[in-house]
Design a protein around this ligand. Structure first.
Ligand SMILES: [Zn+2]
Length: 228
């Protein structure tokens, strides 16, 4: 997956406020911090990632390229939490910045000894319940107003997450939100250059193709985005 140093400005998404900061955007070409993590902190992080709030248009397909053979799991279970790994991101308010951690972060911590910085854990402990009013207020304070406006305008992620059986709450009109005409698989190389690899009629086909590309095991990262 694309690499960003911990706490560096995250410039992965096309529409984004300037206050996004990367946490856990690891790949095999860059070293990262390793060390102990408190079990309670990990449990709380897993809870936040069971059904994380995300604005529409911010998904991508990520696989673990630190795993030697398997690209990592698609689910991480811990205590009562089951975290779907590889698509969602956690938007975590931390004062006037907004940490964004891929869901793979729980796998990196669990399997690859990754140790996020202390300020991240402080934000995990302080984070209000996901989707609560307090959470939205914290998002606003963290410069996430543009993300909330985007969600109000276009609804939450329209296709992949609507397949979830959980209590996803759609705002009025969200189901009529315009869907992209086509989906494309994008690739980023080691130098940060981005390329379009292929286009598909549906997001699912594009996702499948991106996973096949990832499975070839190159040190390249793929993701899927809507076009038009
Ligand atoms: Zn892994």
């Amino acid at each position: 997956m694309p690499w960003f140093a911990d706490l560096a400005p995250l410039t992965y998404f096309t529409r984004q406020p300037g206050s996004l900061r990367a946490i856990g955007w690891l790949n095999a070409n860059h070293g990262y911090a390793k060390g102990p993590v408190a079990e309670e902190d990990f449990a709380r992080l897993c809870e936040l990632l069971v059904d994380p709030w995300e604005p529409g248009g911010f998904t991508g397909s990520h696989a673990c390229d630190l795993c030697r053979f398997t690209s990592g799991p698609t689910n991480v279970h811990f205590r009562k939490s089951s975290v779907s790994v590889g698509h969602a991101n956690l938007f975590l308010p931390a004062g006037d910045v907004l940490f964004v951690a891929p869901s793979l972060v729980v796998h990196y911590i669990d399997a690859h000894e990754y140790q996020p910085p202390p300020v991240f854990w402080e934000a995990v402990r302080a984070c209000p319940p996901m989707r609560s009013l307090a959470y939205k207020k914290a998002l606003l304070a963290a410069g996430g107003g543009a993300l909330l406006e985007h969600e109000a305008r276009e609804g939450p992620v329209p296709s992949r997450w609507s397949e979830r059986p959980k209590n996803v709450r759609l705002p009025p009109g969200a189901l009529e939100a315009p869907r992209p005409a086509t989906w494309r698989v994008m690739r980023i190389d080691d130098n940060g250059n981005q390329f379009e690899v292929a286009r598909f009629a549906t997001e699912r086909e594009a996702d499948d193709a991106a996973m096949r590309f990832e499975a070839r095991g190159h040190k390249q990262s793929y993701w899927v985005e809507g076009v038009g």
